[in-house]
Unconditional design. Structure first.
Length: 157
């Protein structure tokens, strides 16, 4: 039995723009279906928002996203809003529940992805060599998603 996981991102009106951006970064095919395509009356506020969206690339990258319906309550805010993710003294300090990790085989291929994903992003740690990988970088993109990009280190076992 084979099992795969796919990151599914939840947005509040930005899913189409985010998926279009991720397609420019990772390549592949973009599929989007709006609530209106599933029968929601076109005059409803969410009719043009994404109920199903996915980017699938030949290199194995896949990400899914949708727009949470506007009628859904916003996520409860924590008592104290988490600080932005930072890296200090080799440690990642964050209040976020998850990061999206993308791992490639070469410094060049991952570096090219980094360059495109970093457009408009808040760079947490600049892409470059690290103690555990030939290439590593961390950023929060223009849609608020934090990504880790790294190069698979050769196994020396």
């Amino acid at each position: 039995m084979a099992i795969t996981t796919t990151t599914h991102l939840n947005f509040r009106g930005d899913a189409r723009a985010a998926l279009e951006f991720y397609r420019t970064v990772f390549g592949g095919h973009l599929t989007t279906v709006a609530y209106g395509d599933f029968g929601m009356p076109k005059e409803m506020p969410d009719a043009d928002r994404i109920v199903f969206g996915q980017v699938t690339a030949d290199n194995g990258f896949t990400v899914m996203a949708y727009d949470v319906p506007s009628q859904a309550p916003a996520a409860a805010a924590p008592a104290a809003a988490p600080a932005a993710t930072t890296r200090e003294h080799g440690m990642t300090l964050t209040g976020e529940r998850f990061f999206v990790s993308v791992r490639g085989e070469t410094v060049e291929e991952v570096g090219a992805l980094w360059d495109r994903l970093a457009e408009g992003a808040d760079v947490i740690e600049k892409y470059g060599p690290s103690q555990w990988a030939p290439g590593f970088g961390m950023l929060t993109d223009r849609f608020g998603v934090t990504w880790i990009l790294d190069v698979a280190a050769p196994y020396n076992g």
